[in-house]
Design a protein around this ligand. Sequence first.
Ligand SMILES: Nc1ncnc2c1ncn2[C@@H]1O[C@H](COP(=O)(O)OP(=O)(O)O)[C@@H](O)[C@H]1O
Ligand SMILES: [Mg+2]
Length: 525
Amino acid sequence: MLSKVYSAAIQGIEALPVTIETFAERGCGFMIVGLPDTAVKESHQRIISALKHSGAEMPRKNVVVNLAPADVKKEGAGFDLPMAIGMLAADERIPVEGLEEYMFIGELSLDGSVLPIPGALPIAIRARQMGIKRLIVPIDNVTEAAVVNNVAVYGVRTLREVISIIMGDKEAPKATEIDTRALFAASSSIFDYDFSEVKGQESVKRAFEVACAGGHNLLMVGPPGAGKSMLAKRLPTILPPLSMGEALETTKIHSVAGKLSRGSMLLTVRPFRTPHHTVSPVALVGGGMSPMPGEISLAHNGVLFLDEFPEFPRSVLEVLRQPIEDREITVSRAKYTVNYPASFMLVASMNPCPCGYYGHPKRRCTCLPGQVSKYMNKISGPLMDRIDIQVEIQPVEFDELASQEQGESSAEIRNRVIAARNVQSLRYKDENGIHCNAQMNSRLIHRYAWPDEAGLKRLKERMERLSMSARAFDRILRTARTIADLDYSSRLPAEECVDAPILSTHLAEAIGYRALDRDNYGQTY
Ligand SMILES: Nc1ncnc2c1ncn2[C@@H]1O[C@H](COP(=O)(O)OP(=O)(O)O)[C@@H](O)[C@H]1O
Ligand SMILES: [Mg+2]
């Protein structure tokens, strides 16, 4: 008898439909065709044992399994469950009719339990697109898959339970229902941290606000204990809330990477990823034997925080340049090419010098002349070019730390950020793929962020006085545009802010965010 069962394979962060055809006839033998990898080929052994422990049995026949289409690579052990079901149907132990309403995914252990798999969310999305009525997933993946509506999602513990669902038994597990929208609305502004916990540091907080408002990458330079990590961690709390679409896309990436913990559903707050400087290039950007998204994709729609920036090997930092530009990463290996989204805000922090105290108000820097600039030079110019905002940070005084005064809350800052972002949405509505000021190239800067003659002249003078390199020019204008947007949107409706001029006060503040561009940085003691 011939049976047909639906399943799905992960490619990048999408799931592609896979049909499993099983043919059983008189004879003895077993064969899988259709580009299976080793884990899929080994399913045979797992299925034999799992069937035995589920009160069923492997057909005593010649069995051929075809995974179609042949050009989609089938990886991992997730096809165990659909293959087992296909064999039972081909052996006429369960009905073949009606199976087309189901999709199955799950790994089998030898005792017949169903083990979790990566990518349940994209698989559920694909099932809905295909008009599948019932999706059977491992119990550990059920909450993540049940986010998708219009498909009944069943979480199962054992192969036996799957059979009972198909046979329509009364005790069979029921579909899991989750009101995703309500859940999303309720939890999208809940954070464990708040900016009000950071004492003082007003100018650095302001730099963070500007960075978030325009989507600018940011670098903090300051001694140990200055509060760099503390500030960075609070950055997601002032970014605009995730939209439902963004949340789904980010969750898909975490789902494919197998990073969702059991019982987690949609990620409702922006991710904050902090890879250590010993991270490998593959772990950072993605790839590997069977492709996996890396840290930059796990940070998609959120923040990638690189602490101790110069400690990262140059080879690791260099691979960041292309995704920062393209907002996605293409990973090519001999056997595959996949794309992963990687639109993140880069926040980096570093000590100003090897000893950490260059420029400190109280402590002496013990580095030799030349060591400071050498330390800075560990970060290549082209990478620095992609960081619009650079701020120096000093530890707050004891009095300030001990003060009871509460700073401004994240929610207040976030409201201003949202207002400035609304202006940008209007301004760039006809510019394909451009959403925020940080994404402006030279052409767009000329169009949307050009100061008047007087402003231009003053900017040139100031840059010369501070001996700034010409490279800083574009970055200053981009940041100035954001500062202007924040300024106008605090008092005018968004439509009136779109073309409002950049003033010299905006330019002056933007110049202040180029701490490291002065040619003499690191040369004075
Ligand atoms: N401005 C501040 N307000 C409140 N606490 C602070 C502040 N700056 C530093 N701290 C305290 O000092 C600790 C060390 O700061 P941290 O962020 O780890 O510094 P860095 O990353 O710059 O070395 C923080 O966890 C926090 O408890
Ligand atoms: Mg730190």
